[in-house]
Design a protein around this ligand. Structure first.
Ligand code: HEC
Length: 168
């Protein structure tokens, strides 16, 4: 009888110790910097698996580029007064800059080099707008915004006979 009691006590002590160790472990994991997070790598060259979901260039521009452009136009009309305003600029400039990468695979036959250089220019300037949004620098954002639209329009001028000239 006494033996069983001792065993039960021993068991209880061990459970408590394990519990305490686990709690301490959790606490340490919370306090320690999170080194275990995956370091995502970004491929330098296009990956074979990148396939357009929407093959029509018209639909792609209408549903990816146009809504982001229209939202940005509103967001860029006046300097943001709160974090929400900056977030709107960061979000849509990043959408446009990253989407320019998706233009590379859509270059038309004859004119591919020009097409790609317009897409690269729009991507760099979209990236500059995103960086200005991150830095909450509205002067730099305004310059990048206008400059990005010039690159968007340069492609529209050359490949769309001057249709879709976008205003800041
Ligand atoms: C490399 C060329 C290229 C670049 C760069 C480019 N576009 Fe376009 N865009 C096109 C083409 C081609 C069309 C016409 C698609 C069609 O209607 O067939 C178009 C059409 C559009 C339209 C009209 C969509 C509609 O529904 O009529 C908008 C808006 C637009 N682009 C926004 C942008 C914005 C914003 C950027 C810059 C961030 C941009 N585009 C950069 C090639 C480009």
């Amino acid at each position: 009888m006494a033996d069983t009691n001792l065993q039960a006590k021993d068991h209880l002590m061990r459970s408590l110790l394990i519990g305490a160790a686990a709690a301490a472990g959790c606490l340490l994991a919370t306090l320690a910097p999170d080194d275990s997070r995956t370091a995502w790598s970004v491929p330098a060259a296009p990956v074979d698996d990148v396939q357009p979901v929407e093959k029509s260039m018209h639909e792609f521009m209408e549903y990816v580029f146009q809504p982001a452009y229209l939202r940005l136009k509103t967001a860029m009309a006046t300097a943001p007064t709160d974090n929400k305003g900056w977030k709107a600029i960061k979000a849509d400039s990043l959408v446009l800059a990253e989407s320019c990468n998706l233009l590379f695979g859509r270059a038309p036959d004859g004119g591919a080099a020009d097409w790609i250089s317009h897409a690269k220019a729009a991507r760099e300037k979209g990236g500059a707008l995103y960086a200005a949004g991150k830095a909450k620098d509205f002067t730099a954002a305004s310059t990048a915004w206008k400059s990005m639209l010039e690159s968007c329009n340069a492609c529209h001028k050359q490949f769309e006979d001057g249709k879709h000239i976008l205003q800041p």
